[in-house]
Structure formats: C-alpha cells, structure tokens
Design a protein around this ligand. Structure first.
Ligand SMILES: NC(=O)c1ccc[n+]([C@@H]2O[C@H](COP(=O)([O-])OP(=O)(O)OC[C@H]3O[C@@H](n4cnc5c(N)ncnc54)[C@H](O)[C@@H]3O)[C@@H](O)[C@H]2O)c1
Length: 262
C-alpha cells in the first residue's frame, strides 16, 4: 500500500484526490491537511463517508507529516512551504498547485534535490497529449502567429493559467524566444510575440486553445476539461509512478506517461 497525504484536502481538487485515494486499493489515505474544515473527517468532507482521517491544520505538517507521497493542490506560497517540509522528511511529492513565481521555483528546485517530485500545472492525460500536438504544430507552423486563449471558472486565483504558460514555453522551445503579451489594449501592432488571454466565468473547469494563424488559414488546437476527475486521474497515476522512483529531482507527466525516460 502506498501511504498518501493530501494537502488542500478541503479544496475542490483536494476533496477529489481524497475520494480517488480512498477508492483505490493500491493506496491508503494516511493524512489530510488544510487550513479549513480542521478536525472534520477528510472522507466526509470529500463526500465519501467517514474514513477515520481527520483534517489536520497545515501549521502542524512540520511535526506530523508521515507518508510515502504528499499530494499538494493548495496555493503557491503554501505549496512552497509544504514542499520544503516534505523534502526535509523524505516524503515524495506530487504537486498540482500553480502560480509559482521564479523566486518560488528557485526554492522548489533546491528542495527537490532531496526527494523525487512530479510537478505539473496540468495532470490531465489529454492536456499532456495536447502539449505534444502543440509542439508538433510549432515545428511546421512556427512562422504563423501563435495566440493562446484559456477559460476557467470565476474562482480561479492565478491568471493566466499554468497550463497556458507552459503551452507558451513549449511553442518558444520550438520557434525561439518570443515576447509574451498578456492581453492587448490601445495601439498595439502585432510584433514577434505570443498573445496569452485569460477568460474567467462561471464553473468552467478548464479550456485551452492554441491558434496558429497564417495568411488565408488558421489551425486551432483545443483541449476542454469538464470534470476535475481528468486532473485527479492523472495525479493518481503520478502518485503510483513516483512511489517507484528513488532518484531525487523534478519530474513531469512526460515521465509518468512514458513520453520521456526518467
Ligand atoms: N495541475 C493540475 O492538473 C491542476 C488542476 C486543477 C487545479 N490546479 C491548481 O491546484 C490549486 C488548487 O486548486 P483548487 O481549485 O482545488 O483550489 P481551492 O481553493 O478549491 O483549494 C485549495 C485548498 O488549499 C487549502 N490551503 C491553502 N493553503 C494551504 C496550505 N499551506 N496547506 C494546506 N492547505 C492549504 C485551502 O484552504 C483550500 O481548501 C490551484 O493552484 C489550481 O490552479 C491544478
């Protein structure tokens, strides 16, 4: 059994991770952490009935974290702290939190010299294939104008999405460095740039379109997630994969899905 701790267990993604862990016979829910719903049974909060694991306040993680893998879907600042604690306690990581700054990343890279971690702004298998298609299209349509549009629910804290930013990085990795332009207003003739646009509203789980626009034609690659289960299933795959990895470092879904060897 792989013993899993969940950080952000009262959140939208965390509750689903708890449900997936409880329902998987290879996994055991060892601990649950959050700032909310402290003391309540994590299974009840997740809607799967009592499982005997109360939600512990995240401030106590420093002394109490004890699991094989910590899954973190929280907020950027909190996740950096959780990653540090896990790395000090030799607990492997699966991190889905987005919105990290460059300063956060330099700390995360340091902490992950001690433990293996899968970190991905999008755990859906579909999005990871979408990224491969974007990379392929960029090789042949790299001289077309590239624009990225993402749509998410009205409660999403960070913009643009981590998935949109990674999509832009993939395009730049093929076509060379281009400035990212986040929305346009006033006089702004198009230069050597990639436009990135964040639309927010309602309960949209997550949609991303990459446009390759030339003269007389355009191609659009779109991925739509309408259930967070798409992310949870990928995160569970990552938990099982990382449990077998001993070499510390940062891995992503390319490794988990076998696109890249570790
Ligand atoms: N990688 C992916 O596939 C993927 C998919 C969906 C969402 N996300 C990202 O996951 C994160 C969470 O998304 P959500 O929709 O579940 O948000 P949410 O606001 O519903 O849940 C976040 C939870 O984390 C808790 N929290 C905050 N700081 C904490 C800390 N230090 N320790 C423990 N818990 C803490 C909050 O109280 C809250 O319950 C966001 O960054 C989002 O962009 C990633």
């Amino acid at each position: 059994m792989i013993r899993v701790a969940v950080a952000g267990a009262a959140g939208r993604m965390g509750r689903l991770i708890v449900k997936n862990v409880v329902e998987d016979e290879e996994l055991e829910l060892a601990q649950a952490f959050d700032l909310r719903e402290v003391g309540r049974d994590a299974g009840e909060v997740a809607g799967v009935g009592k499982v005997g694991v109360p939600i512990t306040h995240a401030d106590e993680m420093e002394e109490k974290l004890n699991a094989d893998v910590l899954v973190d879907f929280t907020v950027a600042e909190g996740a950096v702290k959780n990653i540090r604690i896990a790395s000090e306690r030799g607990v492997k990581l699966v991190v889905g939190t987005t919105g990290f700054t460059e300063e956060h990343w330099s700390k995360i890279r340091e902490f992950c010299k001690r433990v293996p971690a899968v970190i991905s702004p999008n755990f859906s298998v579909g999005v990871n294939v979408f990224w491969k298609l974007v990379e392929f299209a960029s090789k042949f349509l790299g001289d077309y104008d590239v624009e990225i549009v993402e749509i998410h629910h009205r409660f999403k804290k960070d913009a643009p999405s981590g998935t949109a930013l990674k999509t832009a990085e993939i395009v730049k990795g093929v076509v060379g460095d281009r400035k990212l332009v986040f929305g346009r207003e006033g006089v702004c003739p198009r230069g050597d740039e990639i436009g990135v646009f964040a639309v927010r509203g309602g309960d949209v789980v997550g949609e991303h379109t990459t446009f390759f626009i030339g003269f007389g034609e355009r191609m659009e690659l779109t991925h739509r997630a309408w259930s967070r289960q798409a992310f949870a299933s990928g995160a569970i795959k990552a938990v099982k994969w990382i449990s077998k990895i001993d070499k510390p470092g940062i891995y992503d879904m390319d490794h988990v899905l076998g696109f890249k060897s570790p």
